[in-house]
Design a protein around this ligand. Sequence first.
Ligand code: 9MJ
Length: 742
Amino acid sequence: MRDNSCQLIVGWGEDVRENRGTESAYAGAHKIWRIASGFYSLLAEGKNRSGANRSLSMTREQAAARIEELRRLIEYHNYRYYVLDQPEISDEEYDRLFRELVELEQQFPELITPDSPTQRVGAPPLEAFPEHTHREPMLSLDNAFSEEELLEFDQRVKRFLDLPSDAELEYTCELKIDGLAVSLTYENGMLTVGATRGDGYRGENVTPNIRTIRQVPLRLRAGENLFHMPPAVVEVRGEVYLSYQEFERINREREAAGEPLFANPRNAAAGSLRQLDSRITARRHLKIWVYGVGYCEGVEFRTHWEVLQQLKAWGFPVNPHSRLVKGIQAVLEFCREWSRRRAELDYATDGVVIKVNEIALQRKLGATARAPRWAIAYKYPAEQATTRIIEVRWQVGRTGVLTPVAVMEPVPVGGVTVSRATLHNIDYIRQKDIRLGDTVIIQRAGEVIPEVVAVVMEKRTGQEQPIEPPSTCPVCGARVERVEDEAALRCINLACPAQIVERIRHFTSRHAMNIEGVGEKWVQRLFELGFIHDPADLYYLHQHRGDLIMLERSGEKLVSNILNAIEKSKEAGLARLIFALGIRQVGEHAARLLAEHFGSLDALMNATEEELMQIPGIGPETAHEVVEFFARPENRQVIEKLRAAGVKMEEKRERPAAAPFAGMTFVFTGELEHYTREEAEELVRSLGGRATSSVSRATTYVVAGPGAGSKLQRAIELGIPILNEEQFLQMLREAGVSPPTK
Ligand code: 9MJ
């Protein structure tokens, strides 16, 4: 791999060069001339003389011109090598150009700019990643787990677009890369930000790490196929990944160094992209495939296929297996082909992404709060393997639920060795008649925990033992109760050490308060040693600094890092704090809705169930759990301890509370052109309103379309305002919802 630049700049000892064979090692001077035609004449000289000698005699202006020339040449050759895989010059020639640039920049450091190829090798470590708000949200994709679900998607799209059910739409099919979604912002053609997806709205600004990915252009190329000048601003979306080869190399090195291994390439890529020290990222050789644009100012695309071609012309790697097809049958063919052929690839894919090609149709289809309606991710069938259950352990979660986990003979499944799988709950065990010692089929799909799916009955020997649920908690010995209407067993002891540890662990976890360095082991240890009893105790750990340093496998630096991370987390923000509290039913999404609606923890703590249920996206169960949680004195006590420690409990509301229809009741009658009645009712609810089927004095508006009958009559009798569809659409627009254009 052409990575010697690292050694040149910081002098690392490790040799990460990979000999790519002689096909690339041909003299390319004449080609450089061609590329640089009209611009430069210094290169030939540079080959005969040392760059250092020459630069000594250069004026600043000459140096600036040469620096610019070298940057363009180096980026061009990076592009040939890393994106096209068609190098034009040998590694030695490339090195010479690079070295010359380094020397010139050393001599004229004021000429170093962020888009210089020398800036790809990693910068000094950051304290933390700044937050980055995406100009356009990075939505996730709905999934299809079977061909039937793909056919349904196709029908749904056509229904929405008012097309006949046998119409053949154009779709793009792209391999679904199993990596990490990122957004790269270019302003006037220059890379300014590289950010992770985060929650879709806000991610982490990991620009120094993104820069280390050689395939990422630091400036957009003005390629031959260029249709447009670089847009003023464009967000380019893609997936960062690690090749299997690189993943294995990293794990071999980690093994040799006695470090824990990464479970799969995706985790390794995530770990690498989230390195605060980008010099470490640079050594991991991340790669990227880009597949779309988010916000884009000044360029209009007609089709998604055109977007992909433009991305290629700008110099990005676009997966060569992407295909434009007509009709859903051709999509199914593509999916079948690649679920067979995925093993040929040197990177992990977990499905196929299918997108409606025409952008005008994409606009008409729009998006739900979660995902676009014009795209779907077809997931390859789960991978399965056979192994034997050796033991069953009952794990106690943070809410006390006991989950049976099968410990099995290790077995590879889809490239990962699996030795544990969930048995879900006791009903599942009974239904499948799973016993200790059974040979079982396990499967794993994507990120979900491996599960036991069936017993291989032919392998039964008669020695297998039934699996019995414990009557007492395996950790604290308290009584175990069956949760009403659920298959779950729960340890009733809120003070159960396993529950406490899990609650604190959840509190510190990445999507919660994100306290780095305080993972499973430390939480367990600090709890066992009596330093922490609840999450708030973390913020008082600094009082025990001396004791902590004296612990085994501890030390000044480690304790400082931990205490700093804890201190920093005080500013994590309200949404994270609400999620971190571990209220049942309140996941990340609900926590964000609550934070945006209430703006402070105090306001949330005083909310009633009715108020909570008014928030679009918050249902009665969640509302109930929230009120229950804050009614408990022990929870309020923890919150007061957090407050006293200075944990931030308020948040500016960046988006208005999304309940513009709060207090309104709608009745729909007759046909609507843009929505089915169910869709319109759902929309009203999502905006905080109510939708009912009969007209009464409590009705705020009746929306009437063609064919309206008795409900319209009743509305007239009662004097209820009647809206036509266009007036309703206008209300939606004012509420920030753009209706599908038909
Ligand atoms: C992946 N993961 O390869 C999308 N993706 O498009 C491709 N993801 C995507 N497209 C819109 N090829 C949202 C996500």
